[in-house]
Ligand binder design. Structure first.
Ligand code: COA
Length: 250
């Protein structure tokens, strides 16, 4: 449970909403756990036919809470159990997973989209993964999936160079499926999710499983990245970058 993740189920769609406006929907550990649990519980619940991630108007998520990175450094914990649970959950989820993106989708906010079956983006959506700016490396098996989805060079620009993509570029790169009207992202995302929910669930599960490729390979890459991530967190490069972010506003 997290006060910053709202869960609701209606018409076969489980909406998992990130709701931490004052921190631009930065994801802290309880939020990761709540989202991982929602995917697992939803997969077991017959009332749920698909999952839909939403943020708030103007912000999908600013990615991992940088304060949590600093706590992880102090505790020498690496990404931590809750983050790993979430990353495993988005790779192994059995039911279709959709997202509706308005505003920034930063870090894991972008890499999680690689695991979604359908992503609707508003014209204001922006995709950015500043992992290297923080002295870190990409996660969520994005080093495996992004080059396949968008080609090596575009994946390099996104993941290694931290280039920001707008809604159109995000669609071209395969992070999003379609761009909605400016004012009706949620309406359209829910309607799309309801269409997915209306498909025969057994046939859907089989189709997804075959289309998503070798799950063990994807989990293994995520774990490999995570172990490097734990090492990178302990570097001066990373810690200086966290401090720079946390002190920049003062
Ligand atoms: N972790 C922790 N706190 C964050 C955060 C994050 N990822 N993103 C934003 N916040 C906090 C800010 O510290 C600020 O807190 P404060 O009000 O207590 O000072 C608050 O959210 C608002 O952020 P602010 O930077 O003032 O808003 P903005 O509109 O100027 O910029 C972002 C929004 C998302 C572009 C900017 O906050 C940002 O770049 N965040 C970091 C993104 C990032 O590097 N994520 C990690 C990816 S691996």
């Amino acid at each position: 449970m997290s006060e910053h993740i709202d869960i609701s189920i209606s018409n076969g769609v489980q909406i998992i909403r990130m709701n931490r406006a004052d921190k631009k929907n930065a994801l802290n550990r309880p939020m990761y756990l709540a989202m991982a649990d929602a995917l697992r519980d939803g997969d077991k619940n017959d009332d749920v036919r698909c999952h839909l991630f939403l943020g708030l108007p103007g912000i999908f998520t600013s990615g991992n809470d940088i304060m949590d990175f600093m706590l992880a450094v102090q505790g020498r914990e690496g990404l931590g159990d809750n983050v790993l649970k979430f990353l495993r959950a988005i790779i192994t989820v059995e039911k279709p997973m959709l997202a509706g993106v308005d505003g920034m989708a930063i870090g894991v906010g972008s890499t999680m989209l690689l695991h979604c079956d359908m992503v609707l983006a508003s014209p204001n959506a922006r995709f950015k993964t500043p992992f290297l700016d923080l002295g870190l490396l990409p996660e969520a098996a994005s080093t495996l999936i992004a080059p396949k989805v968008m080609g090596y060079k575009r994946a390099f620009a996104l993941l290694a160079m931290g280039e920001e993509l707008n809604a159109e570029q995000g669609c071209e790169a395969g992070l999003a499926s379609t761009i909605t009207g400016a004012d009706n992202l949620e309406e359209e995302a829910i309607a799309a999710a309801e269409r997915v929910a209306s498909r025969p669930p057994g046939a859907m599960a089989l189709t997804r499983r075959l289309m998503r490729g070798n799950r063990d390979e994807i989990v293994a890459r995520m774990e490999e990245e995570s172990s490097y991530f734990a090492e990178r967190l302990m570097t001066r490069e990373a810690q200086d970058a966290f401090l720079a972010f946390m002190s920049r506003r003062k």
